[in-house]
Structures are given as structure tokens and as C-alpha cells.
Design a binder for this molecule. Structure first.
Ligand code: NAD
Ligand code: UFG
Length: 338
């Protein structure tokens, strides 16, 4: 099938491009390069030996989207990655987040209908589970958010659910990602955050490379085995393969499905630090500091629905995640140099 990847030059989009091309599909990416570089898709072509065309444009702009549908012939399905994603920034600039993350979906849905494209996979997030205490998190648990970013995901899920109920042709899969880390094993594509990273693994990589002098571990008094926060880290290449399975599922099923993409395993901050040190033969200086406001103690997924509907489960372990993250950072100390 031919798949449009909005936000396809980004971290998850570029890895999904590789997985789709390797599974024999065609892709085209639309990205405004707000948080990415065109170099990512050049490297996707280098890894796969296949074409990964990029249209530089904005998903909130109907003209830009129509250009893709006009130029690239019939598009069978869309994966909608395009969005702003920094939780802290969304608290400072809520309007930018609501505007970009919602308007891009409205415009995309209108243009898909104009061109007879009826299958959509959406990048949602475990953040919609809010402060649920019961683990593992299952798709039918109550939802609610703690940041404007989270609410944009929650609202998008609602919009897409309502549209799928109203249009019997529409096929939607809402993927709730847990914590994607790692990089393609070639070390040619990976996560390239602007400025000082907010997320744990990119921060660790910059400490390991000497760019930052130590890691702050946010809290050691959580009700977890070692007191530090527990998350469900998933290798980005497993996540990418989950998208291939979700697209193949969507093509055959009208309506809407919500599916978690995680490993179902929880690891603490110190598990990550110690595994990273062990597999890469490095020392990571760290200090325990106060909890980060808004963080939950524990978050991991129930993965049975993904296995049942998509016949997909994550295959790569924490060692591979830590090894591949460092392999990317080591070979690309300036990221894509954007
Ligand atoms: P990313 O920032 O690397 O990729 C998003 C891409 O979208 C970027 O290339 C950016 O330039 C582009 N973009 C943003 N607004 C756009 C617009 N209006 N038009 C065109 N392009 C636009 O982020 P990522 O980590 O690859 O995340 C992809 C998606 O998955 C996002 O929607 C994000 O919210 C969601 N998600 C990410 C995580 C995570 O931890 N990385 C977790 C849960 C959900
Ligand atoms: N952490 C530190 N030090 C740091 C950064 C993080 O100790 O410098 C800790 C956090 O307190 C947390 C864990 O590492 O316990 C993971 O933090 P991340 O910032 O990497 O990830 P989050 O779980 O907070 O959030 C991520 C994405 C969100 C998404 C959420 C659920 O950033 O966009 O997963 O999918 F909503």
C-alpha cells in the first residue's frame, strides 16, 4: 500500500518509514521540519535502498496536504505523527499546542475524504491514562490528562472516534505509545532533540557523550522497588513494526480501535542507568533530586490487545534499547546537525 506519513521526518516517523519500506509498502512524508531534518529521510533511503520522498509543508494547511494527494497518486492510508510533543512547553504555550495538534487532524480528515482515503493510524500517548493507579494500563480504563499536550491527544482520540462513528468507510486505529527509546541498529537514524533534552534517554546519551555533566534522577521516594519512577520503555523499531501491523489491520476493519504499544514491562530510572552503563561500558554520573511535578510513579501497558488484534509484540529488550541509543549518539554527536 501507499502510506502518507505526516511528521514523517521525525523520530518515530523516520523509523516507521524504514519498517514500511522493508515490509514492501511505499511511503511519502509531509513534514514542516519544525522539529526534524530532511537528512532523516535521506538516511531512510540509504538504509532501505528505496525511495522516501519528503514534501515540506504544513499539515494544518489544506493546500500543502492536497499537493501530496495530487502529486503522489492514490494514497491508501495515513499515519498521523505530525504534532508538537513537549509536555512542559505545552503548559507555557497551550494555544500553540491546541492549534497545531487539533487543526492538523481536522485538515487531514477533510483532505483524506476529498481524495477517497479512508484509513488512518494516529499517534496517541499513554499520557491519556492520566493518574490511573491500577497497572497494567488497559485500553478501556478511564482517561484524563495533566497537561495541554495530553489533552490534545485525548481530544484527537475523541474527534477521530466521532468521525469513525459518523462515516462507515473510515477505519481508524488510535495507538497509545508508551516510552519509545533506542534507534535503528545501523546508527544512521535516531532521536535528535533540540536544546537540552527533557526525556530520560536523550538526556542520558548527552551525559554519556560529555555534553552534560550529570543526570538528575527526579525522585527516589516513589512507591517502586528502588524508589525511582517506573516506565514501559519500548524500542522505536518495535514501535515502528507495530505501525505496519496497525495499518494492515486498519485496511480490513472499519470503525475505531484503541491499542497500546508498549512491552508490558516496567523499568525504573536506575534500571535504565545501570543497564546503559553495563552494555556500553560507561559510567553515568547522576544525582538524586526532587520529583518532577506532574510525574506519575509507575506507568506500564497491558499488551494483550495488540497481540490479539495486530499479532504484534515487542521483541527487543532493554539491553538493545540502551545499546542502540548510544550507538546513534556516539556516531552522530550533533544529531543531524540541523
Ligand atoms: P518528532 O517531533 O520527532 O516528530 C513529529 C514531527 O512532526 C516533526 O518532524 C515535526 O517537524 C512535525 N510536525 C509538527 N507539526 C507539524 C505540522 N503542523 N505539519 C507538518 N509537520 C509537523 O516526535 P516523535 O517522537 O517522532 O513523535 C511522533 C508523534 O508521536 C507525535 O504526535 C507525538 O506526540 C507522539 N508521541 C510521541 C511519544 C514520544 O515519547 N516520542 C510518546 C507518545 C506519543
Ligand atoms: N527522568 C529523570 N531525569 C530526567 C528525565 C526523566 O529522572 O532528566 C525520569 C522521569 O521522572 C520519569 C522517567 O525518567 O520517571 C521517564 O521520563 P521521560 O521524560 O523520559 O518520559 P515520561 O514518562 O515523563 O513521558 C513520556 C513522553 C510523553 C508521553 C509519556 C507517556 O515524554 O510525551 O511518555 O507516553 F506522554
Amino acid at each position: 500500500m501507499k502510506v502518507l506519513l505526516t511528521g514523517g521526518a521525525g523520530f518515530i516517523g523516520s523509523h516507521t518509514a524504514v519498517a514500511l519500506l522493508e515490509a514492501g509498502h511505499e511511503i511519502v512524508a509531509l513534514d514542516n521540519l519544525y522539529n526534524s531534518s530532511p537528512e532523516a529521510l535521506k538516511r531512510v533511503e540509504e538504509i532501505t535502498g528505496k525511495k522516501a520522498p519528503l514534501v515540506v509543508g504544513d499539515c494544518t494547511d489544506e493546500k500543502d496536504l492536497r499537493k501530496v494527494f495530487e502529486q503522489y497518486g492514490h494514497i491508501d492510508a495515513v499515519v498521523h505523527f505530525a504534532g508538537l510533543k513537549a509536555v512542559g512547553e505545552s503548559v507555557q504555550k497551550p494555544l500553540d499546542y491546541y492549534q497545531n495538534n487539533l487543526d492538523s487532524t481536522f485538515t487531514l480528515l477533510r483532505v483524506m475524504r476529498m481524495y477517497g482515503c479512508h484509513a488512518l493510524v494516529f499517534s496517541s500517548s499513554a499520557t491519556v491514562y492520566g493518574t490511573n493507579q491500577e497497572m497494567p494500563l488497559r485500553e478501556d480504563f478511564p482517561t484524563g490528562c495533566t497537561s495541554p499536550y495530553g489533552w490534545t491527544k485525548w481530544m484527537n482520540e475523541q474527534v477521530l472516534t466521532d468521525c469513525a462513528h459518523a462515516d462507515e468507510k473510515l477505519k481508524v486505529v488510535l495507538l497509545r505509545y508508551f516510552n519509545p527509546i533506542g534507534a535503528h541498529e545501523s546508527g544512521r537514524i535516531g532521536e535528535d532533540p533540540a536544546g537540552i533534552p527533557n526525556n530520560l534517554m536523550p538526556f542520558i546519551c548527552q551525559v554519556a557523550s560529555g555534553k552534560l555533566d550529570h543526570l538528575n534522577v527526579f525522585g527516589s521516594d516513589y512507591p517502586t522497588p528502588d524508589g525511582t519512577g517506573v516506565r514501559d520503555y519500548i524500542h522505536v523499531c518495535d514501535l515502528a513494526e507495530g505501525h505496519v501491523a496497525a495499518l494492515e489491520y486498519a485496511m480490513g476493519h472499519a470503525g475505531v480501535e484503541i491499542i497500546n504499544l508498549g512491552t508490558g514491562e516496567g523499568y525504573s530510572v536506575l534500571d535504565i542507568v545501570h543497564t546503559f552503563e553495563r552494555v556500553n561500558g560507561l559510567k553515568l554520573p547522576y544525582q538524586i533530586t526532587a520529583r518532577r511535578p506532574g510525574d506519575v510513579a509507575i506507568c506500564y501497558s497491558d499488551v494483550t490487545k495488540a497481540e490479539r488484534l495486530l499479532h504484534w509484540h515487542a521483541k527487543r529488550n532493554l539491553e538493545a534499547m540502551c545499546r542502540d541509543s548510544w550507538n546513534w549518539q556516539k556516531h552522530n554527536p550533533q544529531g543531524y546537525g540541523k
